[in-house]
Design a protein around this ligand. Structure first.
Ligand SMILES: [Zn+2]
Length: 499
């Protein structure tokens, strides 16, 4: 049997422990959709809380909303999604397999065909006599397929709506209401965490390409004449940039730039955009502890960039040799495009007054793919079993661990369970669900179960506890055990959590 790849191992662990499971598993699954079980949800919630701590909480001028997942067709007419949010597809006339035409051409010919029209793609396919890789059948002409999931509102036929493909549109259509109601002033931001949907042609690689996923987005609105961006706060951050030149040359060397250099060298055109690039880099490396050499910021090529955008940068993480580099945050300088379009299509004035000037604010947008970040955390912190440790384990940073500590009686007899429950109840008062109790199976088995889901500490109540009121505290990372007095346990855990 061939060695399973890292993604398969993480997938197997997630399924076995109910961390993340396929949607409608008992009916064969629903491709591109997953459910978070109790452990997965706790990790995800902690990730989202850290995101808020970094990107929402410190800023008086940023507010958070929760918008509707279903939006009327008009919104997407205005946003351009009805027309532009499409993938080119081709179908095998013999076996019926559907392919992303651009991906198929890239795969078979090694040519970059990003941004080519469906006619151009058909022509390339015909000129090179491309056939179905599975059965060598003839391929159909390339058609475009809209990636939005469509639905009908009310029993009346024709009242079309869509599941949002990005959380951003709720923010634009609510901008004027929120600007007034929250008495915002430029520069200001509106943040949102929520589900979005894309009808991907071939969902794959677990949480990498999903049809339903969680985004955390901020639309930062500002006056392009006067950005009022505090670049000095992040001035000494060295950002690993993969420039357009390096991609065109094919050398893919990452070069370091400070935020100021990105503006001065005219690589980026929005100070707010580079401000966010720096904050994101710090968030990933300092808070999520992603190694620096696993992160780069790729400047998207002109053909990958929407016509209205003045530049997009993707933060990418290197997952492993199989998956390679993948986008985890998209950063788009959307200019005044969205607000202008919604003004036009709704006949509502979405401009604001700045020093007696009427302006449509410019927007820069960081858009985080939460599921992909979570997968990166699982994969980068996954350790295989070895001679030392007979089980796999997750070295998640403490702040992202599903639980801080498990409380175990050494054996479930004599007076140990009663004493252990008493200590558990005491810890629960302070740490809530961050602590859990387990008395099933051997103590070794319980340590293994805790390690597997990344619990950093185990507290064991043994016979000595009954004599001197001390417990053992075991570290997941070193597997060392120390004795701690029960009355000091809360303080010790609190301090360990602080690092
Ligand atoms: Zn075929």
């Amino acid at each position: 049997m061939s060695e399973r790849c890292l993604l398969e191992k993480v997938f197997a662990l997630c399924a076995r422990r109910g961390i993340i499971i396929p949607t409608a598993e008992i009916y064969g699954g629903l491709s591109g959709f997953f459910e978070y079980g109790p452990v997965g949800l706790r990790i995800k919630q902690k990730l989202l809380n850290l995101w808020r701590k970094w990107f929402v909480d410190p800023y008086d001028n940023i507010v958070e909303i929760e918008g509707s997942i279903v939006l009327p067709e008009k919104v997407f007419e205005a946003s351009g999604h009805l027309e532009k949010f499409v993938d080119p597809i081709t179908q095998c006339k013999k076996c019926g397999t559907i392919y992303r035409a651009d991906h198929l051409i890239e795969e078979l010919l090694g040519a970059n065909v990003e941004g080519k029209s469906e006619e151009e793609l058909t022509k390339i396919m015909r000129e090179n006599n491309l056939r179905c890789p599975k059965c060598k059948g003839e391929l159909s002409d390339v058609k475009v397929f809209n990636l939005m999931l469509k639905t009908n509102i009310s029993p009346v036929v024709g009242n079309i709506a869509y599941l949002r493909p990005e959380t951003a549109q709720n923010i634009f259509i609510n901008f004027r209401r929120l600007y007034t109601a929250c008495r915002l002033k430029l520069p200001c931001g509106i943040a949102q965490i929520g589900f979005s949907f894309r009808n991907e042609i071939s969902p794959r690689q677990f949480l990498i390409r999903l049809r339903g996923f969680t985004q955390a987005e901020i639309e930062l609105f500002y006056d392009p004449e006067n950005e009022e961006c505090k670049l000095e706060e992040i001035s000494d951050v060295k950002l690993p940039i993969l420039t357009r030149e390096e991609q065109i040359k094919g050398t893919y060397k990452v070069n370091e730039f400070t935020p100021k250099e990105l503006i001065e060298k005219k690589i980026a055109f929005s100070k707010w955009q580079v401000y966010y690039l720096a904050r994101e880099f710090l968030f990933f490396t300092q808070e999520l502890k992603i190694p620096k050499d696993r992160i780069r910021i790729r400047h998207l090529l002109p053909e990958e960039t929407a016509h209205y955008s003045k530049g997009n940068f993707d933060v990418e993480i290197y997952y492993d040799g199989e998956i390679g580099w993948r986008e985890v945050v998209g950063n788009a300088y959307r200019t005044d495009y969205d607000l202008s379009r919604h003004s036009e299509f709704s006949n509502e004035d979405l401009s604001v007054d700045v020093d007696n000037r009427k302006i449509i604010p410019h927007v820069t947008e960081p858009s985080f793919g939460i599921d992909r970040i979570l997968l990166a955390l699982l994969m980068l912190n996954y350790h295989d079993k070895n001679e030392d440790r007979q089980w796999c384990w997750l070295s998640l940073p403490i702040k992202l661990s599903p639980y801080i500590a498990g409380v175990f009686p050494l054996v479930s007899k004599d007076d140990l369970p009663r004493k252990a429950r008493e200590i558990y109840e005491m810890l629960k008062e302070e740490f809530g669900k961050d602590v859990f109790y387990d008395e099933k199976g051997s103590i070794g088995r319980r340590y293994a179960r805790a390690d597997e889901i990344g619990v950093p500490f185990c507290i064991t109540i043994d016979y000595q506890t009954l004599e001197d009121n001390t417990v053992t505290l075991r570290s997941r990372d070193t597997r060392e055990q120390v004795r701690v007095k029960v009355e000091e346990l809360k303080d010790v855990i609190r301090n360990l959590c602080k690092g």
